[in-house]
Design a protein around this ligand. Sequence first.
Ligand SMILES: Nc1nc2c(ncn2[C@@H]2O[C@H](COP(=O)(O)OP(=O)(O)OP(=O)(O)O)[C@@H](O)[C@H]2O)c(=O)[nH]1
Ligand SMILES: [Mg+2]
Length: 359
Amino acid sequence: MAILSGIIGLPAVGKSTVFDILTSSAPSRHGQVNIGTVAVPDSRLDYLWEIYRPEKKVYASMEVMDIPGLNPKEMDREQLRKFLEEIRRADVFIHVVRGFRNDAVWHVEGEINIKRDIDIINTELILNDLQLVETRISSIEETRKKKGISSETEAELSALLKYRKALEEEVPICSVELSEFEEKAVRHLGFLTSKPMVLVINLDEEQLSKGYDEREYVHNWAEERGYKLIEICASLEQEISELDKSDQMLFLKEIGMEQPGSMRIARAVFESLDLITFFTVGKDEVKAWVITEGTNARKAAGKIHSDMERGFIRAEVVSFEDFKACGSEKEAKKRGLYRLEGKDYIVKDGDIIQFRFNV
Ligand SMILES: Nc1nc2c(ncn2[C@@H]2O[C@H](COP(=O)(O)OP(=O)(O)OP(=O)(O)O)[C@@H](O)[C@H]2O)c(=O)[nH]1
Ligand SMILES: [Mg+2]
């Protein structure tokens, strides 16, 4: 399961800067689609590495896509449509909004206005979905007139009508409640506002420390829609990421941050997709694995190897918190904190697991 995050936003708001701090790879090239891999930093894995000291430490990873800015004023409908087609592949959006003031950096609307900029992008996503909904509704109604429709299509239509009502009120599809049957019936349609979104407000240093005018508004806006919100200063983060690891932490402390922005964004992406992490440890490597919340032990084993899923016997599990409180595997075992779990055990975030299997 390679997760793909799509970075969206108006032109010159700091999207590529965010991409660069996330991927810490070669700088993204201007004016084209760039895809990079993000290792999702996790201090728990760092801790386990300190204890086991294996050769390898493997963080969970995801892919992120950087695209040129969406500019409804300059793009015609066809260009806009192509642009939105590109981002439809993403599982989740990272929407970068400019807050930073800097006369040297051009703004497509001529001045900084966080609320308006959020609306511009959001409106495009909503209009695109609305068009898809309308097209689908008329095609279903056409078929119904000609030869009638199945109960699945009936459910699809009823879901689409709910979607239309929401979108007309500028409510994203992810906020619409559907029955299980309806949900199944529309799953094949790739809507944009059904995807989770992480809102990244790209501020300057003063705004970051002292606050900014639209702060309350954007926090409410995100909360109402269930979107996560991260405030960062991307250019500052970029400078920090060029420092030594130990200097990085010092610098972050100085500006009152506990974690680099890249880590906060990556975690927000994981949370908005209901993803959790479990760990495997050993002499060769410590590794973080990504699964959807609610996955059972047997399926989780299958992430590592299909043989492990097929020949699953049981899982030996300790929570990261319990392990850390003991400080070693030996001590945790002595205190009886390792549990034996069967195939239906629902894996929890932070579980350290050893699978027993038989092939
Ligand atoms: N002052 C300041 N400048 C920033 C910040 N983030 C980005 N910039 C600058 O803004 C300009 C545009 O940044 P990019 O990251 O290229 O923006 P983009 O959204 O990828 O732009 P397009 O791909 O052209 O749409 C660059 O000159 C950055 O150095 C910030 O937090 N503060
Ligand atoms: Mg860019």
